[in-house]
Design a protein around this ligand. Sequence first.
Ligand SMILES: Nc1ncnc2c1ncn2[C@@H]1O[C@H](COP(=O)(O)OP(=O)(O)O)[C@@H](O)[C@H]1O
Ligand SMILES: [Mg+2]
Length: 299
Amino acid sequence: MDRKIGMWLYSNGGGDRIQKKIVKKLKEREIETVTDINLRQAIAKKGHIYHGKTRVDELDLFFSYNAGEQTQYQTFLYQALNRVIPMINSYESFALTEDKFQTSFLLQKHGIHTPDFQLCHRDDSKQLSRIMKKWSKMVYKPTDGWGGLGLTKIESQATLDMLMPFLNQMDLRFFYVEKFLKYDNTDFRVDIVDGQFVGCYGRKASDTDWRTNITSGGSVFMREPDDEVIDIAKKAAKICGTDIAGIDIIYDMEQEKYVVLEVNGIPAFATPEQEKMGLDFNKKKIDLIVDLIDRRTKL
Ligand SMILES: Nc1ncnc2c1ncn2[C@@H]1O[C@H](COP(=O)(O)OP(=O)(O)O)[C@@H](O)[C@H]1O
Ligand SMILES: [Mg+2]
């Protein structure tokens, strides 16, 4: 085999089985895979990035698919590696989608609807009060969060006043807030690989939370997207330059349109439990990823 790629894929939630399938399918195409390349254990020296004895920088491609704790060190090496070998996702799109503000800004610029947002300097709390008057309800979001963590719904000037001392203590660089949208507490998660629609499911918030995230008590349900939802997801993935993306979309009931909440660069495969529910997009996703790796490594 004259092609060799590196891979780092999460092993929980059925990830280990997905990895085996990808490795097998790549092998059928004469592509060898070195698995479990966690850059946390890598060392850069003498013009190479070593993971054990593997020179990661001499592989034909690196497939990075592990959302759990990407430390600063890992992303630092991700960036360096991206300069010398092809990566899925590219470092640029990975870094972009890790940041909600950067993503929403770019999407809006390209005419994709996102919730109205504002970013202001941390000393500009006057601006926050102005926005509050205009929107009446907003969501404070850490731009690098996930799983609904740290999202705070602010429903009145009084809540904002109460929150300010805490926010000031947190030594933030800026405030990123979004207008709180009226929606039916459900969302669409649409998976796109290599520009193609892979699958979709819905999530519904629990009765006691406004967030749809599983970690916030939300639950997954089967959901067919219409063409518009698929089209928005494809466009968002393209604008972000992501080879693989999971796009979170909700329906804004006031403006009567779909909006993109965020683009996830490492969307999970369907778990064994979700597969039992009928979520069956894993095979298509694996095939598209294998095709993509094959194409990117062809000389
Ligand atoms: N602007 C908003 N208006 C209303 N609900 C929102 C808004 N933004 C996020 N949410 C809710 O919070 C959840 C988490 O937001 P999201 O931006 O996807 O961050 P995370 O990375 O934590 O998943 C969403 O799935 C949605 O249910
Ligand atoms: Mg989300």
